[in-house]
Design a protein around this ligand. Structure first.
Ligand SMILES: C[S@@+](CC[C@H](N)C(=O)[O-])C[C@H]1O[C@@H](n2cnc3c(N)ncnc32)[C@H](O)[C@@H]1O
Length: 837
């Protein structure tokens, strides 16, 4: 199997600093585990975390005295071989320690863990020697250069004396991968060159400090390698005898040598310390260590230059300087008060021209903007300079990466904020008619706490459905509405659901929350979940049956016959003589003028279905159902219930569309709602209004397919099939292509949510012929068997024989709650093996 390129890259990076693959592997594995495969954390700062972790591992294997002994030996090593095992293996660790030593030495505050940088007092102006100590390193491709810290440079980190090598005395090294572009060699100062045939003395500092370069002034602060291509290390001994030690970044970054330009942006990137979930370097790295790049004010320029601090936990654009600890800034002086420290350090100097407001994001038309401003009075006299938008973006994204583990490469904090402006704009515009200022803010409040499903859950605890408003940015506002209808939404809480938090199915359901029919029906049907966070199962809503493949359904004009149809006129129900359609159904209309099924007709249907005495079963000589099961020994036909059929007028008739003999074809009329049942039956259908007895509720709609096609499908999916078997036994049996059924599993209408109830269900299914009187295909419509109250669940008797485990409906334990439940009593009632209509 091809190796993960990120692993390969990590190995390569470590190899470049002399760490063998076998050393890298276990540590990398551990880190990946620790960071939950968050590669960004490991890769940042040129694999600094990885390198440090390896050094830690190595170090833990070596006792302290041995370690120091080893270091001593290293110091004496002649030749400065680049690949010196222990030294090269531990650059960062060592660098940090050395920096700490120096810090301790300088500040006398060894226990202070802070690492932010401060500008030293003027009287602390370093001697040339100490300047050397604070020299900065510039890495240019394979060239290393050193910048002495400017007067505004850093005090290194303190460290416990125990961790300090006695031999490192006042020598410290650069820790992290500080990258500079090189100044031109012409600017290099011979004073600080330290070029001892490639072995240079580099003094310690804990973290990156960038001297703000002046075109001519910085040359005296730079150290160069004499050989442009030579790899230089901060830890090269001053006598030229010590080995070179390699800064991690040195090898990995490959910057083109260009005139000295300090890429501020780059520095921010490079130096932001990645604090992992569990800090693995606690032995020598304080938790609040915030090694960062600082651009120092140029003491010579006389300009007011603000310090820019970038830390993992703090940045002065976000928090007032009071939140910064002096020790973080200077690496010492822990006892001094913050303001005093700041004053004494003269770090943050802000010119009057520096803006106190930073615009961050804006809506497209600029009518809504997000900006940050600082409160000067709250700064206690401190001044600071707001960062650039790029700096802000980078730091925020790093922070998000650490805190929220957002690793989407397209993640863009500014885009999010821009989107927020768009949302405000949209909301404000939408609500302008109502001129209610408060309308926007609740939504924003919700935005803050908008984990989509929780928000939805909160909403779903309301009794009814919700209204969705799609925002420009692709998010949704879920607004609850009463009775599942899109009305009376004023004053209710808005919930913003970020689109990306939802699965496609959830997303689709959210679109459909107020109307799962997607406009396919005359009425809207909402769905609601008052129990948990589940969404309804995925399916495609269709309002009319569709032929799947082999089900031959012939919609012909022949059947009704010319002689009878002309009798249909206006509203057939009002005619003195029953029309030809009614004649086909027993010379009586099935519907009353009230639009419900006639009492007698309904009574007959109910008793034919429920009363075993009244049941009339037709048996096939060769049952297509049994045939489709493809058993070696097919069972004999179990019988098909003979049913009463309604014949509606239709397009070929001369009557009006509103004819009383056209009910089912006119579609849904009542307010229904899909809901999650509380009694573990899954989703169900209920009515939101009272229904009269005999009322048409809905048709069972699905794919029309042959029974053999149904069996050819994955049986596990058969939760919603229904046989159109009313005429199967008439001619001794149906051919395969004539034995039809409906499957609403993938394509269906609201009826797919109607649950089963044994015997006394409030719905009954009645075959309805509309366009095809060919006895193979008909509509199956549900009518109420009695008056049904608002919010009552709608049920029908699937006619399942729970003892027949061979039926195509996925077996379920009946929880209908009926006192006549067949599943409880293990009834031997003989009905069709699957749901029949
Ligand atoms: C046509 S679907 C009805 C809608 C289904 N409840 C859902 O969530 O999609 C049939 C399935 O609902 C469940 N079901 C229907 N009536 C039930 C009952 N009385 N007891 C338990 N489960 C039932 C069974 O899982 C059955 O396979």
């Amino acid at each position: 199997m091809a190796r993960n390129p990120r692993i390969v890259q990590a190995f390569r990076a470590m190899k470049e600093i002399g760490i063998r693959e076998d050393k890298v592997k276990p540590v990398l594995k551990r880190l990946l585990n620790l960071y939950e495969k968050n590669w960004e954390l490991i890769e940042s700062e040129n694999y600094r975390v990885l390198a440090d972790a390896i050094f830690d591992e190595e170090e833990s294997k070596v006792s302290e005295p041995e370690k120091y002994k080893k270091c001593d030996e290293d110091e004496d090593t002649e030749g400065g071989g680049l690949v010196h095992d222990e030294l090269v293996r531990r650059p960062l660790k060592r660098l940090r320690r050395l920096g700490e030593t120096s810090s301790s030495h300088r500040t006398g505050s060894p226990n202070v863990a802070g690492t932010l940088l401060k500008k030293p007092k003027v009287e602390d102006e370093p001697s040339p020697a100490s300047l050397q100590q604070k020299s900065l390193q510039c890495n240019i491709g394979k060239r290393t250069e050193y910048l002495p810290a400017s007067p505004g440079s850093v005090s290194p980190q303190p460290v416990s004396p125990a961790s300090v090598s006695p031999h490192h005395g006042d020598r410290t090294a650069l820790p992290g991968p500080v990258l500079f572009q090189s100044p031109s060699p012409a600017h290099a100062s011979p004073h600080h060159g330290g070029m001892n045939k490639g072995k240079q003395t580099v003094e310690p500092r804990p973290l990156a400090v960038l001297g703000r370069p002046e075109p001519n002034s910085h040359s005296s602060q730079m150290h160069f390698s004499s050989k442009g291509k030579e790899l230089m290390s901060p830890n090269v001994t001053s006598n030229g005898k010590g080995p070179q030690r390699v800064s991690l970044s040195l090898h990995i970054k490959d910057l083109a040598p260009e005139p000295c330009v300090i890429p501020k942006k780059r520095v921010v990137d490079t130096h932001a310390l990645i604090i992992p979930k569990e800090e693995p370097f606690t032995d020598d790295m304080p938790q609040d260590e915030v090694p960062i790049a600082v651009i120092h004010p140029d003491p010579l320029s006389g300009k007011d230059l603000a310090i820019r601090e970038f830390s993992t936990g703090k940045s002065n654009w976000q928090e007032p300087p009071e939140s910064l600890h002096a020790d973080e800034i200077v690496g010492g002086g822990a006892s001094a008060s913050m303001s005093k420290r700041h004053t004494s350090c003269e770090l943050a100097t802000v010119s009057n021209e520096i803006p106190s407001r930073l615009e961050i994001a804006s809506s497209q038309l600029g009518e809504v903007k997000i900006s940050v401003s600082y409160n000067n009075s709250a700064l206690g006299g401190q001044k600071f300079q707001l960062p650039s938008i790029d700096e802000l973006r980078e730091l925020m994204e790093q922070r998000c990466l650490r805190s929220y583990k957002l690793i989407d490469p397209k993640f863009d904090i500014i885009k999010i904020l821009n989107d927020m402006c768009e949302c405000i704009s949209e909301l404000a515009t939408n609500s302008s008619n109502q001129s209610r200022e408060g309308d926007v803010m609740p939504a924003l409040d919700v935005l803050k706490r908008s984990p989509g499903r929780d928000a939805l859950d909160a909403e779903s605890n309301r009794e009814n459905g919700c209204m969705l408003v799609r925002l420009l940015n692709g998010s949704f506002i879920v607004q609850p509405s009463s009775n599942g209808c899109v009305d009376d939404v004023g004053g209710k809480e808005l919930v913003v659901l970020p689109q990306h938090e939802l699965t496609l199915n959830e997303l689709r359901w959210l679109h459909d929350a107020s109307d799962i029919t997607k406009g396919e029906e005359k009425v809207e049907i909402s769905w609601v979940n008052e129990i948990n966070k589940d969404f309804p199962p995925p399916f495609q809503y269709i309002s009319e049956n569709l032929v799947f493949q082999n089900a031959h359904v012939s919609f012909n004009l022949y059947g009704i016959g010319d002689e009878s149809c002309p009798t249909c006129f206006g509203d057939c129900l009002l005619a003195e003589q029953p029309c030809g359609c009614a004649c086909r159904a027993g010379r009586k209309f099935a519907y009353s003028s009230a639009g419900v099924v006639e009492e007698d007709f309904l009574g007959e249907c109910i008793s034919m279905t429920r009363d075993p005495q009244q049941q009339f079963l037709l048996y096939c000589t060769e049952c297509p159902l049994e045939r489709s099961k493809k058993d070696d020994f097919p069972e004999p036909c179990k019988g098909h219930l003979k049913r009463k059929v309604i014949k509606e007028c239709w397009s070929k008739c001369g009557c009006h569309k509103q004819c009383g003999n056209r009910v089912v074809q006119r579609g849904l009329n009542y307010k229904l709602q899909v809901f999650l049942t509380p009694d573990e039956k899954g989703w169900g259908l209920r009515t939101l209004e009272k229904l009269p007895k005999g009322a048409f509720v809905c048709e069972f709609v699905g794919e029309i397919l042959t029974i053999s096609e149904l069996y050819a499908r994955n049986r596990e999916k058969h939760t919603c099939p229904i046989l159109l078997d009313a005429y199967w036994g008439l001619k001794g049996g149906s051919r395969d292509e004539e034995a039809l059924c409906l499957d609403a599993t993938c394509y269906g209408n609201v009826a797919r949510f109607i649950n089963h109830r044994c015997f006394d269900a409030n719905l009954i299914e009645i075959p309805v012929e509309v366009e095809t009187p060919d006895l193979r295909y008909y509509h199956l419509a549900f009518f109420t068997t009695r008056e049904v109250h608002a919010l009552e669940e709608l049920t029908w008797d699937y006619g399942i024989d729970f003892d027949d485990l061979d039926h195509p409906v996925k077996a379920f334990r009946c929880r209908c709650g009926s006192k006549f439940c067949r599943n409880m009593k293990r009834s031997t009632r003989s009905k069709s093996a699957i749901i029949t209509g």
